[in-house]
Write a protein that binds this ligand. Structure first.
Ligand code: 5AD
Ligand code: SF4
Length: 437
């Protein structure tokens, strides 16, 4: 019996897919890359922007053929998109070839749902409207062998006015630190070298629990784990990124010097409308505190272009912040109106053409900065943790610096999982190249 899982969206979804894969493996299913060969096919979906959603709907339509070829295949769709009101019914009505529809809160029910789907051929809808307790102990089949995702919390309480995530992922729930630490220790015993702590807003960690420390305390505890080399985390919220945390980052030797700190917009007026809870000046102050204590820190960000009511002046503020901070990289998005979010109800939506024009301008500026920063690394010798071989050439190794820059070198596969000094000799926009010394 074989399975295939297609995943859209963020690391959170990728990690949920690792849990789905773990449950399928426990049921005796093996992974395949060939959908014609699959007995179970799951689509784990994202709804953060409309584009992701329309791609999923198109993909679901195409699966009808798969069902016609093999009526026994179990087709399931899950994830954030399914948590939206009326979505499950819409799928049932328009895509009767789908067997299972479930949401983000009950992925642990997959084994029972598969049994139900085998027993009767109608579309089974099992979407929980609300989050349940944090589930511990689910099996996980990890995609990578060197670095592992570890959830530290679920959900989000921030309600940024453009964002659908709090509606589809529920309120913040932190895992107990003892559960997190046991999971990481086990991973280290299994040979993992790097841990990525995951949460929609990791800086809120512990706020919902009694007798638990905060995110800085958790980082300190993870930093003590013997045999672990690198710690990363995402995503941070600038509002909750306090000085104590900055000092903790500087003092924990395993915490990598790369921080993803979404700014979303450079204009304080727009930040207020977005309900982000900080101003442009406060964000710049935070960056200067970080750079002061961790001088070679790499900082990346998310930026939304064309939030409702964004004027040329607001956009110029964003351009100014990009020039001032000199981000190592930025994920840039065209604002996408999401159903039932407060921003969708604002009447002054920015025309699509204008959004695209601003987006191109911003991308050109950010790309030139990224390239300049990467070029400055030429000649330096940096420790690189090798994760695997290059997609196109298995004599080329792919690894990352502590600052999260991808590095390609030619080398032997036995270096995978090792940290090796590399002299950087070339720099492109998305990767560096070098020589092992
Ligand atoms: N439109 C565009 N981008 C969005 N994001 C979240 N919601 C929207 C939206 N409605 C972006 C934010 C967030 C990232 C994961 O996706 O920048 O940080
Ligand atoms: Fe969405 Fe804001 Fe929560 Fe991030 S912090 S998931 S942007 S609501």
């Amino acid at each position: 019996m074989k399975y295939i899982i297609e995943t859209w969206g963020c690391q959170m979804n990728e990690h949920d897919s690792e849990v789905l894969a773990g449950m399928l493996a426990d049921l005796g299913y093996k992974r395949t890359d060939d959908e014609m060969d699959a007995d179970v096919m799951l689509l784990n979906t994202c709804c953060v922007r409309e584009k992701a959603e329309s791609k999923v709907l198109g993909r679901l339509g195409l699966l009808k053929k798969l069902k016609q070829n093999n009526p026994d295949v179990i087709l399931g769709v899950c994830g954030c998109m399914m948590q939206q009101p009326a979505m499950a019914d819409r799928i049932k009505k328009r895509m009767p070839h789908m067997d299972l529809v479930f949401g983000t809160h009950n992925i642990h029910e997959l084994p029972q749902m598969i049994n139900e789907a085998k027993a009767s051929r109608t579309t089974h809808i099992q979407v929980w409207p609300e989050q349940g307790e944090v589930k511990e102990g689910l099996p996980i089949k990890r995609t990578h062998g060197i670095k592992a995702f570890v959830n530290i919390m679920y959900g989000c309480n921030n309600f940024c006015t453009y964002c659908i995530v709090p509606y589809v992922r529920g309120r913040e729930r932190s895992r107990l630190s003892k559960e997190i630490l046991v999971e990481i220790k086990d991973l280290v015993n299994d040979g993992y070298r790097e841990i990525m702590l995951l949460g929609q807003n990791v800086n809120s960690y512990g706020k919902d629990l009694q007798d638990e420390g905060d995110f800085a305390d958790l980082l300190k505890a993870v930093n003590e784990i013997k045999g672990l080399d690198r710690i990363r985390f995402m995503t941070s919220h600038p509002r909750d990124f306090n000085l104590r945390l900055v000092n903790t980052l500087a003092s924990c030797n395993k915490v990598c010097e790369h921080y993803h700190l979404p700014i979303q917009a450079g204009s304080s007026r727009i930040l207020k409308k977005m309900n982000r809870g900080y101003t442009k000046e406060e964000y710049l102050e935070l960056i200067s505190q970080i750079k002061d204590r961790v001088p070679h820190a790499s900082i990346t960000t998310d930026i939304i272009v064309g939030f409702p009511g964004e004027t040329e002046e607001d956009f110029d503020d964003t351009m100014e912040v990009i020039s001032k901070v000199r981000f190592d990289g930025a994920y840039t998005f065209l604002y996408s109106s999401r159903p039932n979010t407060p921003a969708a109800k604002i009447s002054e939506q920015v025309p699509q053409e204008l959004k695209k024009k601003r987006f191109q301008k911003l991308l050109a500026l950010q790309n030139s900065i990224t390239e300049e920063i990467n070029k400055q690394l030429i000649g330096q010798t940096l420790p690189v943790l090798f994760e695997g071989t290059s997609k196109n050439d298995d004599t080329v190794l792919m690894g990352r610096t502590r600052t999260n820059k991808i590095v390609h070198v030619s080398g032997h596969a036995e270096l995978i999982g090792k940290i090796v000094d590399v002299n950087i000799q070339g720099a492109q926009m998305f990767s560096l190249s070098g020589k092992i010394i």
